[in-house]
Design a protein around this ligand. Structure first.
Ligand SMILES: [Zn+2]
Length: 284
């Protein structure tokens, strides 16, 4: 019998962790695609271009979810909205994430005030500011609902942020959970319970020393070890959450220092389910 493809697709747009531009992986961003509708989780630099390469129409954007305000996760949230609008966006988009998202959006609209005004007058476009509605989320619970899906957030542990979020997307045929950036998190494990797919961040401790061999090394090393999850831990997290598939994401380091086999073998510890080493533009 022919295997039926899931209606809800997960597209990994950018799988690197950290703010510096990388050669082999783009900055954090993922898409959930249901029919023509596109939902974006995190907006690292280049998200709109990655969507174009993945043949996802920016004009089909329904909602954008930001996990936390490190720049590798939010650098392009404004650009994504602006470029989606330039690509023909006419329907409302919801922007969801921790405070101070509202003032950040206002600031972005101010930066691009002239472009927005000129395109409205010169190209007859609708008002971008009226198309975007923002919703600050600072606690756990349902944060978004439409005819395709329900999205639930949980608070995870990514110090020194007061609010860092994980998101669970439940559609008619699939449940997909994004860890965001976090250490091993009981809240995430509860959120992900029984999900089809857990997309989890990973760092690789042995490679961190090489990565932090420059001037701000001690502080950076401390941050990486105290705010993220080592790849050897994610298998037990996936097992405890009883998910079917674990997708590795937000690789640190991300520029080819650790080979795919190492990521896979370390992540498999203690987990019998399927493990996928995420790659940019992978469709799951
Ligand atoms: Zn972060």
């Amino acid at each position: 019998m022919r295997k039926q493809l899931a209606t809800t697709r997960l597209v990994l747009l950018g799988t690197a962790g950290g703010p510096t531009p990388k050669r082999f992986r783009s900055a954090p961003a993922s898409a959930i695609v249901i029919g023509e509708d596109v939902y974006i989780v995190d907006c690292g630099n280049g998200v709109a271009r990655q969507m174009a390469i993945a043949r996802l129409s920016a004009a089909s954007l329904r909602a954008v979810f930001i996990t936390h305000h490190h720049s590798d996760h939010n650098a392009d949230f404004g650009n994504l909205l602006l470029l989606a609008w330039a690509a023909g966006l006419t329907d409302e988009v919801e922007l969801i994430g921790p405070e101070p998202l509202g003032s950040m959006l206002k600031g972005f609209f101010e930066i691009q005030r002239e472009d927005i005004a000129i395109r409205m007058a010169d190209e007859g476009r609708p008002s971008l500011t009226e198309l975007v509605s923002e919703h600050e989320v600072n606690e756990a619970g349902v944060v978004y609902k439409d005819e395709n899906l329900v999205v639930t957030a949980a608070l995870v542990n990514h110090p020194p942020f007061r609010t860092a979020l994980a998101y669970r997307f439940d559609s008619a045929d699939r449940s997909i959970v994004f860890s965001g950036d976090t250490t091993r998190s009981p809240n995430l494990i509860s959120l992900a319970k029984g999900a089809d797919i857990l997309v989890h961040e990973v760092i690789y401790h042995p490679a961190i020393d090489a990565l932090t061999s420059h001037s701000n090394a001690p502080r950076l090393r401390q941050h990486l070890l105290g705010s993220h999850t080592d790849v050897t831990e994610v298998g037990s997290i996936a097992k405890e959450a009883e998910v079917k598939t674990l997708v590795l994401n937000h690789f640190v380091p991300a520029d080819g220092e650790v080979d795919e086999r190492t990521w896979l073998e370390e992540a498999r510890r203690g987990f019998d389910g399927k493990v996928i080493v995420g790659q940019d533009l992978m469709v799951i």
